[in-house]
Design a protein. Structure first.
Length: 159
């Protein structure tokens, strides 16, 4: 069972999900931040994959992304940092970022590597729903990783 399903099965209310940018404030802080957040009682963690042009994010995430990139953070390095994280943590981990760097890495390779390091879900807000369904849904299913879709007040009830 996916750890996200397990969390929502065991805990119905007051789920605390915290976001942080990988590679910030220092390049190699990622794993330790995960461990400290879990120790502090966080239920689920969204790990931000820094991007050079994070236009949809506010100034705080823009600044942390810029600093993380200056520190040398990349998707490849993030996967290296996450390689042993499951030895010490059991809570759901979700990667959040932009579609462009994932496509540059290769969607299938990205999902395979994410699965290998124990990622439970991915949030790519700029991945259109139709494109996800037509081109990537099966790859997500094959990897056992959820594509976590975001909604807005303008999202139709049918969707």
């Amino acid at each position: 069972m996916n750890r996200i399903d397990q969390l929502f099965k065991e805990k119905k209310n007051n789920i605390l999900s915290v976001y942080f940018t990988a590679g910030f404030p220092k390049l190699n802080d990622t794993s330790e931040i995960i461990y400290e957040l879990e120790k502090a009682g966080v239920d689920q963690i969204e790990i931000g994959m820094p991007f050079s042009d994070p236009l949809a994010d506010g100034p705080v995430i823009q600044q942390s992304s810029q600093k993380a990139l200056e520190n040398g953070m990349s998707i490849k390095r993030l996967f290296e940092q996450l390689a042993k994280v499951r030895e010490r943590t059991k809570i759901p981990l979700i990667l959040m970022g932009y579609l462009n760097p994932v496509l540059r890495y290769g969607m299938e390779d990205f999902l395979k590597k994410a699965s290998e390091v124990g990622i439970d879900g991915v949030i790519l807000p700029d991945l259109p729903l139709n494109e996800y369904i037509q081109s990537y849904k099966q790859q997500f299913l094959n990897a056992g990783i959820y594509n976590v879709m975001l909604i807005t007040p303008q999202t139709s009830a049918d969707r």
